[in-house]
Write a new protein. Structure first.
Length: 435
């Protein structure tokens, strides 16, 4: 019987405390490459996941010319290029810089901003947070203090639907009619402030965090002592006018965009939502997405759930465009067996991985379940989802440990599946249907 958490499963608080380290922040970027078993790795920050066609083409060119040809999506709506030569840094920076993907070399690793991917696109009539995104990125790139942020520090801009608010960012802005809510970490206490002050407030919050983190060496808000986290919001309120506190619990889990057509606020276009199996886009798939975007509104949006949104598809052409994406192997409907399935890079790309977890995921993929499932090659669980999910971790004996993760942290015994058995697919499917 599967239940919520175990001592060996992921614990957000213990994992966060482990991140306050004395060593330097080794988080990769575009200018700081990470050496992996399959070559060097570059992580390209894409605030809000928004790419123009020209920028998407530049990523494609960099992957084709310098890497393994694929574009790998991350759980923060960024892109990774793998299989790079260790000395390709200057050429990579030139290609991406010419496309506007490197506006500030000193800030390139701190431009970690996720945003509601359907903001301004669907028929829910929620505020469009893209102006916040543009202004926050501008303020970040002009702030000398912000260069001290860790490459793990995360901003989230939520248009009020609760999707990226659930991702556990360090600083979250939530649109609320004509005002904004500012959340620090996972606190239920927020500051209500004028919407026009929201980007500046987010930067002030990050700079206040840096001051508080000087003695502890914390990289993220969750690494700070409880009393220090509680004092942050009060300090920010003192620096802003017209703020009031409010109680707004953070959503326990997010609802990613449903694959398929997304009705727009007007009748002649829709947005196309497509999932990407295991977050890996081959050259032909990426080129198809670029060509599709060119035929629509000229934009791609990468989501924190390793998906892609193509805005502005003419309604009469949407079925054909989705059919082409489906034929290319993307997820275009909720019935796809790949819906909700994710995995870290695993072997052979990562030396720490105990298994080729992507092959394991592919071998056991079945009907979609109520819960997402994420396969990890080791206890680090790089890129794991938030909220409620099925945690499948490779074990040193060649088997797997399966745990249903919930926010309540209640202890339980995980299910251990030994190597060489045929019960792994059944165990994963059972976990995904747990209520």
């Amino acid at each position: 019987m599967l239940a919520a958490m175990s001592a060996s499963a992921l614990s957000p608080r213990s994992q966060g405390a482990a991140c306050a380290r004395s060593s330097g922040d080794a988080c990769p970027g575009t200018l700081r490459l990470h050496r992996a078993d399959d070559g060097a790795l570059a992580r390209v920050r894409i605030p809000g996941g928004i790419l123009t066609v020209a920028q998407a083409e530049a990523l494609h060119e960099a992957a084709r010319r310098l890497g393994d040809g694929d574009v790998h999506l991350t759980s923060r709506g960024n892109a990774q290029l793998r299989g790079l030569a260790p000395d390709c840094g200057p050429e990579l920076a030139q290609v991406l810089g010419d496309a506007g993907l490197l506006p500030s070399e000193r800030h390139e690793r701190v431009r970690n901003i996720v945003a509601s991917p359907l903001s301004g696109l669907d028929d829910r009539e929620l505020p469009d947070i893209r102006p916040w995104l543009t202004e926050l990125d501008r303020l970040l790139c002009r702030s000398e203090n912000a260069t001290a942020l860790s490459g793990r520090f995360l901003f989230a801009l939520d248009d009020g639907r609760g999707d990226v608010d659930a991702l556990g960012a360090d600083v979250t802005l939530i649109a609320d009619s004509t005002t904004a809510l500012l959340r620090i970490g996972d606190s239920d206490t927020v500051l209500r402030l004028p919407a026009t002050d929201a980007p500046r407030a987010a930067l002030l919050a990050a700079e206040a965090f840096l001051d508080a983190a000087r003695t502890s060496g914390a990289w993220r808000v969750k690494d700070l002592p409880d009393d220090t986290r509680a004092a942050l919001l009060a300090r920010i309120a003192q620096q802003l006018t017209g703020t009031t506190p409010a109680q707004v619990p953070r959503p326990a889990s997010a609802t990613p965009p449903t694959p398929g057509p997304v009705p727009a606020g007007h009748h002649n276009t829709v947005a196309l939502s497509a999932g990407v199996p295991l977050g890996r886009l081959g050259p032909a798939q990426w080129q198809l997405l670029v060509d599709t975007a060119r035929r629509c509104a000229g934009e791609l949006r990468l989501t924190p759930w390793r998906g892609v949104i193509v805005p502005g598809a003419p309604t009469d052409r949407a079925p054909g465009l989705l059919a082409a994406l489906d034929a290319a192997g993307l997820i275009t409907g909720p019935a796809s067996p790949w819906t909700g399935v994710g995995a870290c890079i695993g072997r052979p790309g990562c030396a720490k991985s105990l298994a080729d977890v992507r092959a394991d995921a592919a071998a056991t993929v079945g009907p979609p379940g109520r819960l997402p499932v994420y396969w990890s090659g080791c206890e680090r669980r790089c890129g794991h989802p938030h909220g409620e999910w099925v945690d499948v971790v490779a074990t040193p004996d060649g088997g797997h440990r399966i745990t249903v993760v919930r926010d309540d942290d209640s202890p339980h015994d995980p299910v251990n599946v030994p190597p060489g058995t045929t019960s792994l697919a059944t165990a994963v499917a059972t976990a995904r249907t747990t209520t």
